[in-house]
Design a protein around this ligand. Structure first.
Ligand code: SF4
Length: 267
Protein backbone atom coordinates (compact mmCIF):
# COMPACT_ATOMS: atom_id res chain seq x y z
CA UNK A 1 0.00 0.00 0.00
CA UNK A 2 1.31 3.46 -0.91
CA UNK A 3 -0.15 6.49 0.87
CA UNK A 4 0.06 10.14 -0.09
CA UNK A 5 -0.74 13.44 1.58
CA UNK A 6 -4.02 13.60 -0.35
CA UNK A 7 -5.08 10.18 0.94
CA UNK A 8 -4.22 10.87 4.56
CA UNK A 9 -5.91 14.29 4.53
CA UNK A 10 -9.00 12.85 2.83
CA UNK A 11 -9.25 10.14 5.49
CA UNK A 12 -8.86 12.69 8.28
CA UNK A 13 -11.58 14.88 6.73
CA UNK A 14 -14.04 11.99 6.41
CA UNK A 15 -13.10 8.28 6.51
CA UNK A 16 -16.22 7.40 4.48
CA UNK A 17 -15.07 9.64 1.62
CA UNK A 18 -11.75 7.76 1.69
CA UNK A 19 -13.62 4.49 1.27
CA UNK A 20 -15.70 5.85 -1.63
CA UNK A 21 -12.59 7.11 -3.39
CA UNK A 22 -9.83 4.66 -2.65
CA UNK A 23 -11.57 1.37 -1.96
CA UNK A 24 -14.64 1.59 -4.18
CA UNK A 25 -12.92 3.50 -7.00
CA UNK A 26 -15.22 6.54 -7.30
CA UNK A 27 -13.50 9.63 -8.64
CA UNK A 28 -14.59 13.18 -9.13
CA UNK A 29 -14.88 14.01 -12.84
CA UNK A 30 -11.90 16.07 -13.97
CA UNK A 31 -13.93 18.99 -15.21
CA UNK A 32 -12.97 21.88 -12.93
CA UNK A 33 -11.25 24.44 -15.14
CA UNK A 34 -9.23 25.95 -12.27
CA UNK A 35 -7.72 22.56 -11.38
CA UNK A 36 -6.87 21.66 -14.98
CA UNK A 37 -5.40 25.13 -15.51
CA UNK A 38 -3.28 24.76 -12.35
CA UNK A 39 -1.62 21.65 -13.77
CA UNK A 40 -0.91 23.39 -17.10
CA UNK A 41 0.51 26.39 -15.25
CA UNK A 42 2.90 24.21 -13.25
CA UNK A 43 4.25 22.72 -16.50
CA UNK A 44 4.83 26.27 -17.74
CA UNK A 45 6.68 27.07 -14.51
CA UNK A 46 8.92 24.04 -14.97
CA UNK A 47 9.68 25.30 -18.50
CA UNK A 48 10.64 28.69 -17.03
CA UNK A 49 13.33 27.09 -14.86
CA UNK A 50 14.58 25.08 -17.84
CA UNK A 51 15.03 28.40 -19.72
CA UNK A 52 12.33 27.48 -22.21
CA UNK A 53 9.51 29.77 -23.41
CA UNK A 54 7.08 29.34 -20.51
CA UNK A 55 4.25 31.33 -22.14
CA UNK A 56 4.48 29.06 -25.19
CA UNK A 57 4.31 25.98 -22.96
CA UNK A 58 1.25 27.40 -21.18
CA UNK A 59 -0.38 28.13 -24.52
CA UNK A 60 0.30 24.58 -25.73
CA UNK A 61 -0.78 22.81 -22.52
CA UNK A 62 -3.87 24.94 -21.84
CA UNK A 63 -4.67 25.05 -25.57
CA UNK A 64 -5.51 21.34 -25.39
CA UNK A 65 -8.57 22.29 -23.29
CA UNK A 66 -9.78 25.23 -25.37
CA UNK A 67 -12.84 23.39 -26.66
CA UNK A 68 -13.27 21.01 -23.71
CA UNK A 69 -16.49 21.61 -21.74
CA UNK A 70 -14.89 22.47 -18.39
CA UNK A 71 -16.66 24.03 -15.40
CA UNK A 72 -15.62 27.70 -15.15
CA UNK A 73 -16.40 29.96 -12.21
CA UNK A 74 -18.80 32.75 -13.05
CA UNK A 75 -16.24 35.36 -14.07
CA UNK A 76 -13.74 32.91 -15.65
CA UNK A 77 -13.24 31.80 -19.24
CA UNK A 78 -10.53 29.99 -21.19
CA UNK A 79 -9.09 33.31 -22.45
CA UNK A 80 -9.24 34.94 -19.05
CA UNK A 81 -7.28 32.11 -17.39
CA UNK A 82 -4.73 32.11 -20.20
CA UNK A 83 -4.08 35.86 -19.95
CA UNK A 84 -3.86 35.74 -16.17
CA UNK A 85 -1.39 32.85 -16.48
CA UNK A 86 0.84 34.78 -18.90
CA UNK A 87 0.75 37.86 -16.64
CA UNK A 88 1.71 35.73 -13.64
CA UNK A 89 4.62 34.14 -15.52
CA UNK A 90 5.87 37.59 -16.58
CA UNK A 91 5.54 38.89 -13.02
CA UNK A 92 7.40 35.82 -11.68
CA UNK A 93 10.29 36.45 -14.10
CA UNK A 94 10.41 40.16 -13.16
CA UNK A 95 10.39 39.41 -9.41
CA UNK A 96 13.35 37.05 -9.88
CA UNK A 97 13.18 35.88 -6.24
CA UNK A 98 13.26 32.10 -6.77
CA UNK A 99 16.26 30.09 -7.91
CA UNK A 100 16.23 26.37 -8.71
CA UNK A 101 19.63 24.99 -9.56
CA UNK A 102 19.74 21.84 -11.70
CA UNK A 103 15.99 22.00 -12.33
CA UNK A 104 15.81 18.52 -13.83
CA UNK A 105 16.81 17.09 -10.44
CA UNK A 106 15.24 19.70 -8.16
CA UNK A 107 11.70 20.02 -9.54
CA UNK A 108 8.90 17.48 -8.97
CA UNK A 109 11.04 15.41 -6.63
CA UNK A 110 9.64 12.03 -5.65
CA UNK A 111 10.29 11.10 -2.01
CA UNK A 112 9.38 7.82 -0.32
CA UNK A 113 9.10 7.09 3.40
CA UNK A 114 8.63 3.52 4.64
CA UNK A 115 5.72 2.84 7.01
CA UNK A 116 4.96 -0.22 9.14
CA UNK A 117 3.28 -3.23 7.48
CA UNK A 118 5.30 -2.92 4.26
CA UNK A 119 3.50 0.24 3.19
CA UNK A 120 5.05 3.50 2.00
CA UNK A 121 4.29 7.18 1.98
CA UNK A 122 5.04 9.01 -1.28
CA UNK A 123 5.28 12.75 -1.89
CA UNK A 124 6.08 14.80 -4.97
CA UNK A 125 7.66 18.05 -3.87
CA UNK A 126 7.34 20.94 -6.32
CA UNK A 127 10.93 22.02 -5.86
CA UNK A 128 13.98 22.57 -3.70
CA UNK A 129 15.71 25.86 -4.32
CA UNK A 130 16.16 29.36 -2.90
CA UNK A 131 13.82 32.20 -2.03
CA UNK A 132 15.72 35.52 -1.84
CA UNK A 133 18.98 33.55 -1.58
CA UNK A 134 17.92 31.26 1.32
CA UNK A 135 17.62 27.52 0.66
CA UNK A 136 14.15 26.08 1.17
CA UNK A 137 11.58 23.61 0.01
CA UNK A 138 9.25 25.19 -2.58
CA UNK A 139 5.55 24.64 -3.12
CA UNK A 140 3.48 26.37 -5.86
CA UNK A 141 -0.24 27.10 -5.66
CA UNK A 142 -2.56 28.72 -8.21
CA UNK A 143 -5.69 30.16 -6.65
CA UNK A 144 -8.23 32.95 -6.96
CA UNK A 145 -7.83 34.25 -3.41
CA UNK A 146 -4.81 35.44 -1.44
CA UNK A 147 -3.37 33.11 1.19
CA UNK A 148 -4.14 34.65 4.62
CA UNK A 149 -1.03 36.22 6.18
CA UNK A 150 -2.66 36.99 9.55
CA UNK A 151 -2.32 35.99 12.29
CA UNK A 152 1.47 35.80 12.13
CA UNK A 153 2.76 32.24 12.00
CA UNK A 154 -0.36 30.77 10.38
CA UNK A 155 1.61 29.31 7.46
CA UNK A 156 3.57 27.05 9.83
CA UNK A 157 0.32 25.18 10.47
CA UNK A 158 -0.24 24.41 6.78
CA UNK A 159 -0.56 20.60 6.85
CA UNK A 160 0.83 20.06 3.36
CA UNK A 161 3.96 22.07 4.14
CA UNK A 162 4.36 20.19 7.42
CA UNK A 163 4.03 16.93 5.48
CA UNK A 164 6.65 17.90 2.90
CA UNK A 165 9.00 19.13 5.62
CA UNK A 166 8.54 15.80 7.43
CA UNK A 167 9.31 13.64 4.40
CA UNK A 168 12.21 15.78 3.16
CA UNK A 169 13.69 16.67 6.56
CA UNK A 170 13.94 20.32 5.38
CA UNK A 171 12.73 22.80 7.98
CA UNK A 172 12.67 25.96 5.82
CA UNK A 173 9.66 25.93 3.48
CA UNK A 174 8.15 28.48 1.11
CA UNK A 175 4.75 28.73 -0.50
CA UNK A 176 4.59 30.68 -3.76
CA UNK A 177 0.97 31.61 -4.36
CA UNK A 178 -0.07 32.66 -7.86
CA UNK A 179 -3.26 34.61 -7.29
CA UNK A 180 -5.51 34.82 -10.33
CA UNK A 181 -7.49 38.02 -9.91
CA UNK A 182 -8.15 41.18 -11.94
CA UNK A 183 -4.63 42.40 -11.19
CA UNK A 184 -2.69 39.12 -10.74
CA UNK A 185 -0.43 38.91 -7.69
CA UNK A 186 2.29 36.53 -6.44
CA UNK A 187 2.78 35.96 -2.71
CA UNK A 188 6.15 34.64 -1.56
CA UNK A 189 5.53 33.22 1.91
CA UNK A 190 8.15 31.55 4.04
CA UNK A 191 8.04 29.68 7.33
CA UNK A 192 9.95 27.21 9.48
CA UNK A 193 8.57 23.81 10.45
CA UNK A 194 9.89 22.54 13.78
CA UNK A 195 11.34 19.14 14.56
CA UNK A 196 8.40 18.50 16.88
CA UNK A 197 5.86 19.25 14.11
CA UNK A 198 7.64 16.78 11.83
CA UNK A 199 7.70 14.09 14.51
CA UNK A 200 4.02 14.57 15.28
CA UNK A 201 3.10 14.48 11.60
CA UNK A 202 4.97 11.18 11.23
CA UNK A 203 2.93 9.80 14.14
CA UNK A 204 -0.29 11.07 12.54
CA UNK A 205 0.56 9.31 9.26
CA UNK A 206 1.35 6.01 10.98
CA UNK A 207 -1.76 6.17 13.14
CA UNK A 208 -3.99 7.05 10.16
CA UNK A 209 -2.49 4.29 8.00
CA UNK A 210 -3.19 1.88 10.89
CA UNK A 211 -6.86 2.92 11.03
CA UNK A 212 -7.18 2.53 7.27
CA UNK A 213 -5.54 -0.90 7.49
CA UNK A 214 -8.01 -1.85 10.24
CA UNK A 215 -10.95 -0.94 7.96
CA UNK A 216 -12.28 1.99 10.03
CA UNK A 217 -14.39 4.08 7.66
CA UNK A 218 -17.14 5.66 9.77
CA UNK A 219 -18.48 8.88 8.21
CA UNK A 220 -17.61 12.29 9.64
CA UNK A 221 -20.38 14.10 7.90
CA UNK A 222 -19.77 17.61 9.34
CA UNK A 223 -23.40 18.32 8.52
CA UNK A 224 -23.80 21.06 11.16
CA UNK A 225 -24.45 24.53 9.66
CA UNK A 226 -22.38 26.49 8.60
CA UNK A 227 -19.35 24.14 8.58
CA UNK A 228 -20.98 21.70 6.24
CA UNK A 229 -18.21 19.70 4.58
CA UNK A 230 -20.72 17.41 2.86
CA UNK A 231 -21.93 20.21 0.59
CA UNK A 232 -18.54 20.49 -1.11
CA UNK A 233 -17.77 16.74 -0.90
CA UNK A 234 -17.74 15.10 -4.35
CA UNK A 235 -19.17 11.89 -2.82
CA UNK A 236 -22.35 13.52 -1.51
CA UNK A 237 -24.39 11.65 -4.15
CA UNK A 238 -23.17 8.29 -2.81
CA UNK A 239 -24.04 9.15 0.78
CA UNK A 240 -27.45 10.54 -0.21
CA UNK A 241 -27.99 7.66 -2.67
CA UNK A 242 -28.76 10.18 -5.41
CA UNK A 243 -28.16 8.70 -8.91
CA UNK A 244 -28.42 12.16 -10.45
CA UNK A 245 -25.68 13.64 -8.22
CA UNK A 246 -23.47 10.58 -8.81
CA UNK A 247 -23.90 10.88 -12.57
CA UNK A 248 -23.07 14.61 -12.53
CA UNK A 249 -19.99 14.46 -10.34
CA UNK A 250 -18.38 11.03 -10.41
CA UNK A 251 -16.94 8.29 -12.53
CA UNK A 252 -15.97 4.86 -11.30
CA UNK A 253 -12.50 3.60 -12.10
CA UNK A 254 -12.05 -0.13 -11.42
CA UNK A 255 -8.64 -0.94 -9.96
CA UNK A 256 -8.02 2.75 -9.25
CA UNK A 257 -6.55 2.01 -5.85
CA UNK A 258 -3.40 0.62 -7.52
CA UNK A 259 -2.70 4.13 -8.78
CA UNK A 260 -3.75 6.06 -5.68
CA UNK A 261 -0.38 7.64 -5.23
CA UNK A 262 -0.88 9.46 -8.56
CA UNK A 263 -3.32 11.73 -6.72
CA UNK A 264 -0.28 13.33 -5.24
CA UNK A 265 0.40 14.92 -8.63
CA UNK A 266 -2.99 16.67 -8.49
CA UNK A 267 -2.27 18.57 -5.27
S1 SF4 B 1 -20.95 13.40 1.84
FE1 SF4 B 1 -20.32 13.80 3.98
S2 SF4 B 1 -20.44 11.77 5.02
FE2 SF4 B 1 -20.46 11.39 2.80
S3 SF4 B 1 -18.32 11.04 2.25
FE3 SF4 B 1 -18.70 13.20 1.90
S4 SF4 B 1 -18.11 14.24 3.84
FE4 SF4 B 1 -18.32 12.00 4.28
Amino acid sequence: MTYSYTQISQYLRCPRSYRHRYLDGWREKDTRAAMVFGRCFEKALAAFFLHEDSAAVLSKEWGVYRDTPLEYKRSDSWDQLYHQGVQLLEQFARDNRIRVRQPRQNLQIKLLHPLPDDSNFVAYIDGIGELDGARCLLEWKTTTSRYPEEPTGLLALDPQLVCYSWISGISEVALVVFVRKRVPEIQYLRTTITEEQRREFGQLVEETAGRIGAGQFLPHSGIRFPQNGCVSCPFLGLCLVSPQLIETKLIRVPGASDLDWLDQLDD
